[in-house]
Design a protein around this ligand. Structure first.
Ligand SMILES: Nc1ncnc2c1ncn2[C@@H]1O[C@H](COP(=O)(O)OP(=O)(O)OP(=O)(O)O)[C@@H](O)[C@H]1O
Ligand SMILES: [Mg+2]
Length: 356
């Protein structure tokens, strides 16, 4: 359909040129015929004049055709020249430059593709800037605490030994936080570069979930949260066991952090077609609908100050998503404020090409 419209344009141009040529031919023949009729015979002067007329009409036709060709090719090339100019501008960093894309032919489609590319680059550029600002902020906050607490200890300002120990503990916690942040950022950067390898083995997903649940249970019960696991038997999949444990741990850790007692956390594992679905449900605070699509983004926290107090850096779910993708799987978030949250990951049973 689109290809046809370009063909129509070129066809019309060629027809135009033929029409110009035919008109010129018709005009010169008419001149010639009337001249022959008027002179009533073919003398030497007459034949010279006829020759001249023929040459003039041929030159006229060539000039007209050339003029038409230049005009039409200019019209066809103009949008392409504009596109070259705009792509050059985009390459120079002017990401708000746009190509005027009108119509529905291939040229217009190319223009729209260039505009879409520019829009995507603009979005990437904005999120890159935002990301660096967030990382700087995330590093500065704990390091400021470390500096302050160590100054207090160094100046001997702690009144008791217990108070000094408390400051040292806070320094250790904040240092752990920075280390955790750097480690996660490093892993995510490796995943982005496509050098984070996963080592798959056929594993019983139920057993894997039970192991992680066992590790979390004492902490949950101490806080006043119940932890249940419901699963279909014999569900196996080709996964990187350590990475999948990390996924489940991150989801349970969130359920633990953002659910207040008394509450309940459930892991539900079942078959979904050729995949296995692992869902972690909690009866916690929930996530506002407006925030829900962004919880998978790096360093995104719904309530910045609250989740910082609870130790969050906003990388846990980004890691979950990346690991699920490395397994060829997907993630889903479902939540209702004041009711609870369900985070689901769907992993293919058999290894498929990962979305690196
Ligand atoms: N189960 C949940 N209930 C309520 N809010 C949640 C839940 N899971 C995630 N969130 C919200 O999504 C945000 C992002 O979660 P994510 O796990 O990525 O980061 P985090 O928990 O803040 O830090 P960490 O990197 O230590 O996991 C959290 O800060 C929290 O606001
Ligand atoms: Mg988390």
């Amino acid at each position: 359909m689109i290809r046809r419209s370009i063909a129509i344009k070129i066809g019309l141009s060629i027809l135009g040129l033929i029409a110009v040529d035919l008109l010129a031919l018709y005009w010169s023949l008419q001149q010639l015929i009337s001249h022959v009729l008027v002179s009533g015979g073919a003398g030497q002067t007459t034949s010279a004049r006829v020759e001249l007329l023929l040459i003039l009409s041929a030159v006229g036709a060539i000039l007209l055709a050339t003029g038409m060709t230049v005009f039409l090719s200019q019209r066809l090339a103009q949008p392409l020249v504009r596109m070259i100019h705009v792509t050059h501008e985009i390459g120079q960093g002017h990401l708000d430059a746009r190509v005027p894309a009108r119509g529905d032919d291939e040229v217009a489609r190319l223009g729209e593709a260039i505009n879409e590319l520019a829009r995507r680059l603009q979005r990437l550029d904005a999120s890159r800037k935002e990301f660096f600002a967030d990382v700087a902020h995330e590093l500065r906050t704990p390091l400021t605490y470390v500096r302050g607490y160590s100054q207090v200890v160094a100046d001997g300002l702690a009144k008791t030994e217990d108070e000094e120990q408390e400051y040292l503990r806070l320094i250790r916690d904040e240092t752990d936080r920075v280390l955790h942040l750097i480690e996660d950022l490093f892993t995510l950067a490796q995943a982005d570069e496509g050098i984070l390898r996963i080592t798959r083995e056929t594993a019983d997903i139920g057993e894997l979930a039970m192991r992680v649940a066992q590790r979390m249970r004492p902490k949950m019960e101490e806080k006043g949260l119940g932890l249940g696991v419901s699963l279909q038997p014999d569900l196996t999949a080709d996964v990187d066991v350590a990475r999948m444990e990390q996924v489940l741990f991150n989801l349970l850790d969130n359920a633990f952090r953002y659910t207040s007692a008394p509450g309940q956390v459930n892991i539900v594992i079942r078959q979904r077609g050729d995949s296995i679905e692992i869902a972690v449900r909690d009866t916690g605070a929930g996530i506002p609908q407006a925030d829900l699509p962004f919880v998978w983004d790096r360093l995104y926290r719904v309530d910045k100050s609250r989740s910082r107090q609870q130790g969050g850096t906003g990388l846990g779910l980004a890691m979950v998503k990346r690991i699920a993708e490395l397994h060829g799987g997907t993630v889903e978030a479902d939540s209702e404020e004041g009711v609870g949250t369900t985070m689901t990951i769907v992993i293919p049973v058999k290894a498929v090409e990962s979305q690196q």
